[in-house]
Design a binder for this molecule. Structure first.
Ligand code: G4P
Length: 295
């Protein structure tokens, strides 16, 4: 497994990462505010640690996107965690207009000090410039399009489609760089890779889908007991391979001779997990504050 995991990091990491990082470093010089989008289901794993050094001296706002897919109670813990760490964070469903209001308010709050400083210095008409940053597939383009109210940025997982500094004017005092800042996920811990793959943020060619599905089943059984039984109408068993076989049978994924097709069942399970068909779920919880340890 260790060897496999080493292969996993080597396969996808270096080239893309360096290029994306360089582009971000250039873009970031142009802005005052960095809007960092994380996946609400895994705010740690979907965060590229380079963002801290890249966006030093800039105002920051964290958005926990795909809140509709995340466990609400856990998202509340994350918001509390970020607030205690002095970082402004806001949950979002980038596809829903109703989420935008609170995000716009949070942007206004993040800008407020700068606007006030500018005002005191007699600078009245300079808009605050912002860019949206995050790993592939986290919802950057969807968010930009929604915020801009038109198809201003290209959606889909196609890094680096437009370069050149196009600005989207959002209000008289805010401009958004139309190209999302792309950062690749960065990890040494293979468990982080598994979590990213489970939500579909790492290509399915990196980890074998059947192996990944077994990891996902173990996670579901431990963290959300009863969900698999409910969804697939099966007795949730302790052993993940048996559960996968049961899913194959209950969903009619069968090979010739009625053998369960576990490869197909794995893809079906992963698809269900990713699109929320297994219910809302979060793969990471914030650390427990020191004061609560041992209570
Ligand atoms: P990116 O620019 O960061 O790479 O991500 P992008 O906006 O292209 O979004 C990636 C996928 O995530 C899209 O789905 C998009 O619809 C979906 N998405 C973005 N924000 C949210 C959210 O808050 N909740 C949910 N449930 N999904 C979200 P797709 O399957 O690639 O395309 P499609 O479904 O839009 O056709």
């Amino acid at each position: 497994m260790d060897q496999e995991n080493n292969k996993m990091t080597v396969q996808w990491y270096p080239g893309h990462m360096t290029k994306a990082r360089r582009a971000m470093e250039t873009d970031i010089r142009l802005v005052d505010l960095v809007i960092e989008i994380l996946d609400a289901r895994l705010p740690v794993s979907s965060r590229n640690p380079d963002i801290d050094s890249i966006s030093r001296q800039k105002d920051r706002l964290i958005i926990l996107n795909k809140k509709d897919l995340a466990d609400e109670a856990v998202t509340a813990l994350w918001l509390d965690y970020f607030s205690r760490s002095g970082i402004q964070a806001v949950p979002m469903d980038a596809r829903s207009r109703s989420s935008l209001r609170s995000v716009k308010d949070a942007i206004a709050k993040a800008e407020a000090d700068r606007m006030e400083r500018n005002r005191k210095r007699g600078i009245l008409n300079r808009p605050v410039r912002a860019l949206v940053a995050g790993i592939p597939n986290v919802g950057k383009s969807t968010f930009i399009n929604m915020l801009a109210g038109k198809s201003a940025a290209k959606t889909g997982n196609k890094p680096g489609v437009t370069r050149g500094n196009q600005w989207i004017s959002l209000r008289s005092n805010l401009e958004l760089l139309d190209t999302p800042g792309l950062l690749w996920p960065k990890f040494e811990d293979p468990a982080v890779g598994v979590r990213l793959a489970l939500v579909g943020s790492l290509s399915d060619t990196v980890i074998d889908p059947e192996e990944l599905a077994l990891r996902g089943i173990r996670f579901m059984t431990a963290s959300y007991p009863g969900r698999l039984a409910e969804k697939y109408g099966l007795a949730e068993q302790a052993e993940a391979p048996a559960v996968l076989t049961d899913i194959a049978v209950s969903r009619g994924c069968l090979l010739k001779g009625s053998q369960p097709d576990t490869a197909r069942a794995a893809r079906l399970f992963l698809d269900d997990l990713r699109r929320g068909a297994l219910g809302r779920l979060s793969l990471e919880k914030p650390p427990v504050p020191d004061a609560e340890v041992g209570r």
